[in-house]
Design a protein. Structure first.
Length: 434
């Protein structure tokens, strides 16, 4: 998590001051519930709220922790300094540190999810706009990087939209998965604290009670969450890679917006490089880097330990901050992406009709030629295009075996571009609805 790839709103979720504020709210709500149950005096619960507007001194908490070697105890000591030792004596009644730490982490991940969902909404809006803008902009579809058959730029954007829409649903599910809290005591049995306290705290913090915890909240939830972020990162890279390919000089079907005054290379003044999409490829690697550690956090010694803690202190902020930045960069890139329809058409026609080979193959089989012979005839003429730069249609019209099965008009009809785009509207309805 470095400033270069960070946005303030997401960073603020992970600031120590924010974390301590959440710790405080959990402890204060727990005291309220304990007072309702008659476990602690109501006056003591009310006293805790005297610190409601206090900005907790992070440096002071760190100073205490240097002695106690325990962060939660350091915080509770600092809280007592604000509200008084006698008033604070019932704070954390029947609770264990993980009750505070795990519930706080999930509050932070839920808040981070809400930002990421908004980021995805921006990406989806940009993709949808560009998809409709270029619904009928014909370009060559490629497989293995080689010309295949015609498609449209709108379908490319629509495909990315559908993928990111799936990711949004995945993230919504991951948000629900992670939105649990636990205030269940040392080994999760509620031996020293009533389950009502957990219910009350979770309600006040926007969470659901964890059905069963072992002191710690089960880490399969977190594994699913970070795996979802990893999938989103991979989808982001999928888009970035396509843009990088389209911007190659030999292709140049699209390119990143190049702003006035921007420089592309310290050595070559002519360069306009796809730096944003290359950056997104790198950021996607950082996002995915959290997935394996999150999976490894699931298994804990005898149901509970803190081996997961150091991992989550890193991947929690790093992954959400990085993905938040990257999704906004991706949205801006799509919004400003420069499209070159003329180059798309020029590239499509580079091999003089060769991309219509399947239509000719199918027409020959429909005309009674065996598939093996039809393939041989079409490939024979296609190789002349590859090897000598011939015109595919001209070669077909000069091939007596082909014209024995297909008339010149039938051959000519097989080169109609509209044939390949006739179902674009159907696909758009599937992706975007009516």
């Amino acid at each position: 998590m470095i400033p270069r790839y960070s946005r303030k709103e997401m960073v603020d979720i992970w600031e120590p001051a924010t974390k301590f504020k959440i710790w405080y709210e959990i402890e204060a709500h727990a005291c309220d519930a304990q007072a309702e149950l008659g476990v602690i005096p109501k006056a003591n619960a009310e006293a805790v709220w005297k610190a409601k507007d206090v900005a907790f001194d992070v440096a002071r908490i760190d100073e205490i922790e240097a002695v106690t070697k325990h962060d939660v105890i350091a915080f509770l000591t600092h809280l007592a300094e604000h509200i008084g030792a006698d008033e604070a004596r019932f704070v954390h009644q029947g609770m264990t540190s993980s009750d505070v730490l795990d519930t706080t982490l999930n509050v932070q991940l839920v808040r981070a999810s809400d930002i990421l969902l908004a980021d995805l909404d921006r990406v989806l809006a940009a993709l949808k706009k560009r998809a409709y803008e270029h619904k009928d902009t014909v370009r060559i579809g490629r497989s293995h990087g080689i010309h295949a058959e015609p498609t449209t730029m709108g379908l490319t954007f629509a495909r990315f939209y559908a993928e990111m829409d799936r990711n949004r649903r995945r993230l919504q599910a991951a948000r629900e998965e992670i939105a649990t809290g636990a205030i269940s005591g040392a080994v999760g049995t509620f031996a020293n604290i009533d389950p009502y306290v957990e219910e009350h705290v979770c309600k006040m913090m926007g969470l659901r009670p964890e059905p069963i915890s072992t002191q710690v909240i089960p880490r399969d939830r977190h594994a699913m969450f970070f795996a979802t972020l990893g999938v989103i990162g991979s989808s982001m890279e999928n888009i970035a890679i396509e843009i990088r390919h389209m911007q190659r000089t030999e292709v140049l079907e699209a390119e990143e917006f190049f702003s006035p005054g921007q420089k592309g290379s310290s050595a070559m003044p002519h360069k306009r490089n796809p730096v944003l999409s290359e950056n997104l490829t790198g950021l996607a690697r950082l996002v995915r880097m959290s997935v394996v550690p999150a999976l490894e956090n699931v298994a804990l010694w005898h149901e509970r330990d803190i081996s997961h803690s150091s991992v989550e202190r890193g991947i929690g902020p790093d992954t959400t901050v990085t993905l938040d930045f990257a999704l906004n960069r991706l949205a801006g890139l799509i919004e400003k992406l420069v499209i070159y329809p003329e180059n798309m058409l020029k590239n499509l026609n580079k091999f003089k009709g060769l991309v219509m080979s399947q239509r000719v193959l199918l027409a020959l089989t429909q005309a009674g030629v065996s598939r093996e012979d039809a393939y041989r005839l079409v490939q024979r003429n296609a190789m002349k295009v590859w090897e000598r730069g011939a015109d595919f249609k001209t070669e077909l019209l000069a091939d007596p075996e082909v014209t024995a099965a297909l008339s010149p008009a039938e051959i000519e009809e097989k080169f109609d571009l509209g044939y390949h785009t006739k179902h674009v509207d159907t696909i758009f309805r599937r992706v975007f609805g009516e």
